[in-house]
Design a protein around this ligand. Sequence first.
Ligand SMILES: NC(=O)c1ccc[n+]([C@@H]2O[C@H](COP(=O)([O-])OP(=O)(O)OC[C@H]3O[C@@H](n4cnc5c(N)ncnc54)[C@H](OP(=O)(O)O)[C@@H]3O)[C@@H](O)[C@H]2O)c1
Length: 224
Amino acid sequence: MRKILLLAFAALALWASQAVADPLKIGVVGAGNVGGTLGTLWAQAGHPVMFSSRHPEQLASLAKAAGPNARAGSVADAVAWADVLVLAVPYGAMPAISEQLKGKLQGKVVFSASNPFSGRDGEVGSQALAEGVAQADQRYLPGAALVRGFNAIGYGAMKSQAQRNVAIPTFADDARARQVGAQLVRDAGFVPVLVPLARANEGLPGGPLGGANSEAQLREKLGL
Ligand SMILES: NC(=O)c1ccc[n+]([C@@H]2O[C@H](COP(=O)([O-])OP(=O)(O)OC[C@H]3O[C@@H](n4cnc5c(N)ncnc54)[C@H](OP(=O)(O)O)[C@@H]3O)[C@@H](O)[C@H]2O)c1
């Protein structure tokens, strides 16, 4: 009995040591490679996470594997519940997401890892690339405090490079988006380098900021 109690206390101490100082309810919209990976990192860091997609019934095993801080729900559940939304969907889904989130984003921080490609995302992708991805995000997500990050690091590297001092360009203008964005990057195990939204296209795949950069390397590439 004493042994069981000691083990229970040890488990509690381990859990407490992993709890973040300022837990945020994170609603992940799009729980595939990227949303599943980042959501798991945040849940394991101590944030409550809800994974969502158009098929939440398929997300139970992901939520279970991410541990006790994670659950699955519909996109509507995630939006109603979350302090911060994380978008990890193919950019072609943005018009549908925009319609679904209409009127629900005023003042809410939205962190987007979603990227436009003209091949995969058709006209929606081409238009966002030409317009500027952050401009397009703001057109699709009116009222949201936008931050973009994790756009040019593969989901495999999100797992393998966490806690290795890899710097992530974190694009935001709004004060709360900058603060929450930096916290989420840090709590996933990376080093945030804040950059204005006007430069967000530089953070897209194939752009000049890709790869596993140290903070000094990234600042040099950015000319900061
Ligand atoms: N793969 C990478 O390494 C990587 C790295 C950085 C950034 N990105 C970018 O991150 C985004 C996601 O990439 P991924 O590789 O994670 O894609 P993925 O594995 O195909 O996952 C996409 C997720 O979005 C959901 N989804 C699609 N349409 C939706 C909608 N209208 N409403 C709600 N959920 C929707 C899908 O679930 P349902 O179909 O069930 O709804 C799925 O959970 C893309 O924009 C990609 O370019 C990818």
